[in-house]
Design a protein around this ligand. Structure first.
Ligand SMILES: [Zn+2]
Ligand SMILES: [Zn+2]
Length: 362
């Protein structure tokens, strides 16, 4: 009787043990599966919403890089995104396109918070405290600075990127010193030019690099002074992603730049209206975390003025469709298939006339 109880207990212990082993195996499987899911299957390009600034995370497999790190005040946004949302513990590359605060503001915090392979900066210095803090962070991590030579390619897992700029000496003009680069994964190309202005864009085009890209991050937050037709002709992007802050004081994206994107047949995404935007490529085609924006009205103060109901015709917004010859008020029945927001001035400049059904502003 006594022995049998013992036998029974041993059996129970065995059962519990084997159950535990199954549980352990399942747990390990889950953890492993979780890990695999954390790595980017194809190429992922995350255009972070950092207000009036730039910060773009690029992932391929277990590899990642960050182009710019917003302003100082975007530190928590960027670190939360990297560490919590994406589970990033190391970045193969950190690129500071140029030493303006809206691009390197939180670069020091990023460098301090994750393992960093290489730091890429252009060969220009400035005397701001922000820039000093970046240098201090690089130094205290025992890292060096890589000044990339245009034409050089760097591996990023199964992807790679090639640096195109700066190709010249731009003196004190920090924007034109921007590192420009193209990330390539299979047949998908993503082009970044920082805040390079039209003259630097011309130098990049003249240098003869293959700038063709599916996706172009609008230069200088969609400024009129960048995004020249020359560059857009060379890059010929199907998509343009504009990183800018809602209600920014520069009016980014500017109407003239938006018109050029439109005339080149590009679809746009904008962080001021859509938040963080993620593009994924399987090497052949690109998918997006959201639909392209149908807001083609310039950003900044003028759009705020419009929502407050103030302003001249350059601030009044109307609605148009992809192919129609009329412009409309919001909610018009003719906007069912497509609904694109433009300024009244722009609608008139396109030769559109007011809809007779909805009585738009004239
Ligand atoms: Zn900028
Ligand atoms: Zn700048």
């Amino acid at each position: 009787m006594h022995n049998r109880t013992k036998e029974k207990n041993r059996g129970t212990t065995k059962r519990i043990l084997s159950r535990f082993m199954i549980f352990l195996a399942m747990f390990l499987l889950l953890v492993t599966a979780g890990r695999t899911a954390m790595a980017a299957e194809g190429l992922e390009v995350h255009f972070l919403n950092v207000g009036q600034g730039d910060s773009t995370l690029i992932r391929q497999g277990d590899h990642a890089m960050l182009i710019d790190a917003g302003r100082e005040e975007d530190k928590d946004t960027i670190l939360n995104y990297l560490l919590s949302t994406e589970g990033i513990t190391s970045l193969d590359y950190v690129v500071g396109t140029h030493p303006h605060e809206d691009h390197i503001g939180s670069l020091d915090s990023v460098i301090e918070s994750v393992n960093v392979g290489e730091v890429l900066l252009p060969d220009v210095i400035t005397t701001t405290r922000t820039f000093e803090q970046v240098l201090t962070a690089i130094d205290s991590k025992g890292l060096g600075i890589t000044v990339p030579v245009p034409g050089t390619s760097y591996p990023l897992g199964d992807a790679s990127f090639t640096v195109f700029a700066p190709v010249s000496d731009y003196g004190d003009d920090l924007n034109n010193w921007s590192i420009a680069l193209k990330v390539t994964y299979g047949e998908s190309d993503f082009l970044f030019t920082g805040d390079a202005e039209a003259s630097a864009e011309q130098d990049i085009v003249s240098a003869g690099f293959d700038l063709s890209a599916d996706v172009f991050q609008a230069g200088h937050h969609g400024s009129d002074t960048s995004n020249s037709n020359l560059l857009l002709d060379s890059a010929d992007p199907a998509f343009v992603v504009i990183s800018c802050g809602a209600g920014n004081s520069y009016g980014h994206p500017n109407q003239e730049a938006l018109d050029r994107f439109w005339n080149h047949g590009a679809k746009i995404f904008r962080t001021d209206a859509q938040g963080t935007i993620v593009a994924s490529s399987d090497g052949t085609s690109i998918s997006w975390s959201t639909e392209p924006s149908e807001n083609w009205a310039p950003g900044g103060a003028s759009s705020l003025a419009t929502t407050r109901g103030a302003g001249s015709s350059s601030e009044i917004q109307v609605h148009i469709t992809e192919t129609g010859s009329k412009y409309h008020s919001a909610g018009c029945q003719y906007l069912r298939s497509s609904d694109i927001i433009v300024t009244l001035d722009d609608a008139k400049a396109r030769g559109l006339t007011p809809c007779s059904k909805c009585n738009p502003p004239q």
